[in-house]
Design a protein around this ligand. Structure first.
Ligand SMILES: Cc1cc2nc3c(=O)[nH]c(=O)nc-3n(C[C@H](O)[C@H](O)[C@H](O)COP(=O)(O)OP(=O)(O)OC[C@H]3O[C@@H](n4cnc5c(N)ncnc54)[C@H](O)[C@@H]3O)c2cc1C
Length: 606
């Protein structure tokens, strides 16, 4: 058995029982894929994920890609190349593409369900396979020549990168100094040094094309002055499709990392020895706006990766807890002759397992919620209907999905899943320690949690006047207001938690307004944006677990056979509402008591 354990039953529960995706499957614009086909695809991807894709997960970690400084090349281990090839040969990566680009026009809900499995099995496989999706985006926003380039990139399965970070421009993307110098033939020469670029160099594809943020000479500072350039590793003859000269972009270092080692993270130098030719994407200077199209997908992807890891971490811990016998039942603790029990019988282990289950399944539901909104957005666009409300809610959810999922996944994998295995969890005989190492990156790249919290409050809540947030909170209140007896205590907890989140948001918005008169008031906002993000995440998970419990209770009433599955859903909702949601009241109290004292303390006092 490989390391990876899927939870397809839960994926299908979300798709078909909670979010009613059978309503959109098989209907335009997703006519190609009816519910039965979706189920078949999920099963086929599950077989690949648990088999050949997962197969190289540990080995590629122990024997990661190797850098040759003389050539500036990176060799990926053979075992990993086989996993990657299997995925590409399966053709399921084409689910991410629209029919006009050779894809199947799959609904986002199916795409993210598939993505969770591939990433849970071997996240770097998915990262390497994003080239065709990048090419599709290039075709949509690029010039006619770039559309031809995209066609070749899709056909040739070329790899891609997103290139923003520099030594002095990390979270502060606008500080980037990489230059773009206009050439008489309409191309650009890119000059600069980027760092931490995933997949910047490797031997898995014939060509690699980089989406690079650079500043045209004379452009203004900050993010506004950045433009996005297409910079291929090999120049391309667009007529014949043949690869031409090596472009002047080279990897000059491969980072040694804590985890996610199969994905090479490189320093990338542009134009050091010969020109790095770049093409202005779409022939317009809208770099940051264009890069956001990549980042939105990447942020959803990072959240999904974290959930995939937490889910398999939990299921591995669960398997261990059912088979490992230690100690006797607590009620017999003074009886020396009492039989040994599996550790799942110990209350503290049970608490730990249920915490993991509730978050793994609640976070998956959060991904599926956003994915369902994305289905609706694509359907509305297809039918020329306005989808701005759903789009703004989807935008609001993205920083929560990205940062809350990655924080909770890392925290639970290390504090709970690994812990459940005792000392064995610390060994490389089990996958837990690698899950912990491989998941830490999720709270860092694509914007750290701190940056996501700031984005959530300032861009998604305050600038929007709280409109999208109110739409979501109104949905939560609909659930909490519904009567029905058996979940009354949970609905009450939910109702209180909504009030707590509202009071946090109200306070932050008040201080934000106040800062026009008293600039230091903004510090009170900044001291609480991460807290707000985590509280909103907990509220949404609690809400979705209650929604799932409603569906489960209805199924149990019908006498449905999958009784344990549904009992688990009700149990998870009850546990979460009783043990997690009450903490939001303390968070709200902490927020309301915020002062600027911390900012006044001299740096030397730290
Ligand atoms: C394995 C790996 C792969 C990566 N892949 C890519 C890639 O493919 N392409 C790419 O362009 N980049 C990539 N990155 C870079 C990644 O996106 C950055 O590391 C990340 O955005 C943080 O930037 P930084 O490391 O410079 O940290 P810094 O920006 O220096 O941040 C340090 C700390 O300060 C906090 N902080 C910074 N500014 C603020 C602020 N204004 N308010 C509050 N807190 C703040 C941050 O939250 C963080 O905790 C990758 C990084 C790694 C490690």
């Amino acid at each position: 058995m490989g390391h990876y354990k899927t939870n397809l039953r839960d994926v299908e529960f979300n798709l078909f029982e909670v979010f009613d995706r059978q309503r959109v499957f098989g209907t335009a614009p997703f006519s190609e894929l009816d519910s039965e086909t979706v189920r078949e695809i999920l099963r086929a991807v599950e077989r690949l994920a648990t088999g050949p894709i997962a197969a190289s997960y540990a080995e590629a970690d122990r024997h990661p890609p190797v850098f040759d400084p003389a050539e500036g090349s990176v060799a990926v281990p053979k075992c990993f190349a086989e996993s990657y090839r299997t995925w590409m040969d399966s053709g399921y990566y084409l689910l991410d593409l629209a029919p006009e680009f050779g894809g199947q026009g799959a609904p986002p809900s199916l795409r993210w369900a598939v993505t969770e499995m591939v990433q849970g099995a071997n996240p770097a496989v998915r990262m390497f396979s994003m080239g065709p999706w990048f090419a599709q985006l290039l075709a949509r926003i690029g010039t006619t020549e770039q559309q031809r380039f995209a066609e070749l990139a899709i056909a040739g399965e070329w790899a891609s990168t997103m290139v923003l970070t520099e030594a002095d421009a990390g979270s502060d993307v606008g500080a980037g100094r990489t230059k773009a110098i206009a050439q008489p033939d309409g191309t650009w020469h890119i000059e600069g040094v980027k760092r931490f670029i995933s997949g910047a160099e490797h031997d898995l594809a014939d060509n690699i094309f980089h989406f690079v943020l650079a500043r045209p000479e004379g452009a203004v500072g900050g993010t506004k002055g950045l433009s996005m350039f297409l910079v291929p590793k090999y120049l391309v003859d667009l007529e014949t499709g043949r690869l031409g000269a090596r472009n002047g972009v080279y990897a000059t270092n491969l980072e040694k990392k804590m985890g996610l080692k199969a994905s090479p993270t490189c320093e990338l130098v542009f134009g050091a020895n010969h020109p790095a030719i770049g093409y202005l994407v779409g022939d317009v200077h809208e770099g940051i706006k264009q890069m956001f199209l990549v980042m939105e997908n990447a942020r959803m992807s990072v959240g999904t990766k974290a959930v995939g890891a937490l889910s398999t971490g939990y299921l591995n811990a669960l398997g261990y807890a059912k088979s490992r016998a230690q100690g006797s039942d607590m009620t017999l603790r003074s009886d020396k002759t009492a039989p040994k029990v599996a550790i799942i019988r110990h209350p503290d282990v049970r608490r730990s397992l249920m915490t993991q289950k509730a978050y793994a399944e609640g976070l998956r539901a959060l991904i599926m919620l956003a994915a369902s909104y994305q289905d609706e957005i694509e359907t509305a666009r297809h039918n020329h209907r306005d989808a701005s409300d759903i789009s703004s809610v989807n935008d609001l959810l993205l920083p929560v999905i990205k940062a809350f999922s990655s924080e909770r996944a890392y925290e639970l994998l290390s504090m709970e899943s690994l812990q459940n295995l005792g000392g064995s969890g610390f060994l490389q005989d089990y996958p837990l320690e690698q899950y912990v190492r491989d998941t830490k990156i999720d709270s860092l790249y694509e914007g750290t949690t701190g940056i996501q919290g700031i984005d959530l409050f300032f861009r998604k809540i305050d600038r929007d006047n709280g409109t999208a947030l109110n739409l979501v909170l109104a949905e939560v209140e609909r659930t909490s207001a519904a009567g029905g007896g058996r979940l009354d205590a949970e609905r009450t907890q939910l109702d209180r938690a909504v009030a707590d989140v509202r009071s946090i948001v109200d306070a932050l918005r008040r201080w934000s307004t106040e800062s026009a008169e008293r600039p230091e008031s903004i510090y009170k906002v900044g001291l609480n944006t991460s807290r707000l993000l985590m509280c909103l995440g907990d509220l949404l998970v609690g809400w979705l677990l209650v929604r799932q419990a409603e569906v489960a209770l209805a199924a149990l009433d019908r006498g449905d056979v999958a009784e344990n599955f549904y009992l688990g859903k009700v149990g998870a909702a009850r546990f979460f509402c009783a043990t997690v949601l009450p903490r939001l009241a303390a968070d709200a109290a902490i927020v309301l008591n915020t002062s600027t004292e911390l900012m006044e303390l001299p740096d030397g006092a730290f």
